[in-house]
Ligand binder design. Structure first.
Ligand code: PNS
Length: 161
């Protein structure tokens, strides 16, 4: 059974993340979307909210499971018995950080292999950080995240104002 883990902050999940999840689900028996707890100091969404949103937007992909992990990704790989970690590479600018992280994770755990997937070019500029920034400035994020996330972001902004 080939189980892949797609770790991240997913604050919030974007169309780019979804593209990578769908691609990974086509080549793996099971994809674990792994939400890192405490990966951001002041997240927009709580871990539970992020998990719920990912569950909702991946509901149509049967071999996707949403999990969380605390601490090192290199340890989570053993805990969840995954064959490899998937990371998305949107642009060359992602490469340096991802390369460093992949090699460090393998140094920490020799079994921690990282596979890189390129999302569709239309998502190459989409990031959770920019989604949060656009939303906090009152802009529309509907072109970049699924409708359920648009609604969740709208409610979150309303509750903060
Ligand atoms: O979506 P992100 O923020 O790019 O995801 C980064 C994440 C959460 C995958 C990364 O920060 C991570 O693996 N954090 C867990 C702690 C850890 O293992 N750090 C050492 C990485 S070499």
């Amino acid at each position: 059974m080939k189980r892949l883990m797609y770790p991240g902050s997913f604050d919030p999940v974007t169309n780019g993340h979804l593209d990578v999840i769908a691609r990974a689900a086509r080549i793996a028996d099971e994809v674990l979307v792994a939400v890192a707890r405490n990966s951001e100091k002041s997240p927009l969404f709580t871990t539970e909210e992020r998990i719920e949103l990912i569950r909702t937007v991946t509901a149509s992909i049967p071999n996707v499971r949403v999990v969380t992990f605390t601490g090192l990704l290199a340890d989570a790989v053993n805990e969840f018995q995954v064959s490899a970690v998937i990371r998305g590479l949107r642009a060359v600018s992602d490469f340096e950080y991802e390369f460093q992280m992949a090699l460090m994770n393998r140094e920490l755990n020799a079994a921690c292999e990282t596979l890189f997937m390129m999302p569709s070019p239309e998502y190459s500029f989409v990031s959770s950080r920019l989604i949060r920034e656009i939303a906090s400035c009152g802009g529309s994020v509907s072109a970049f995240v699924p409708p359920e996330v648009v609604e969740a972001v709208r409610k979150k902004m309303e509750s903060r104002s």
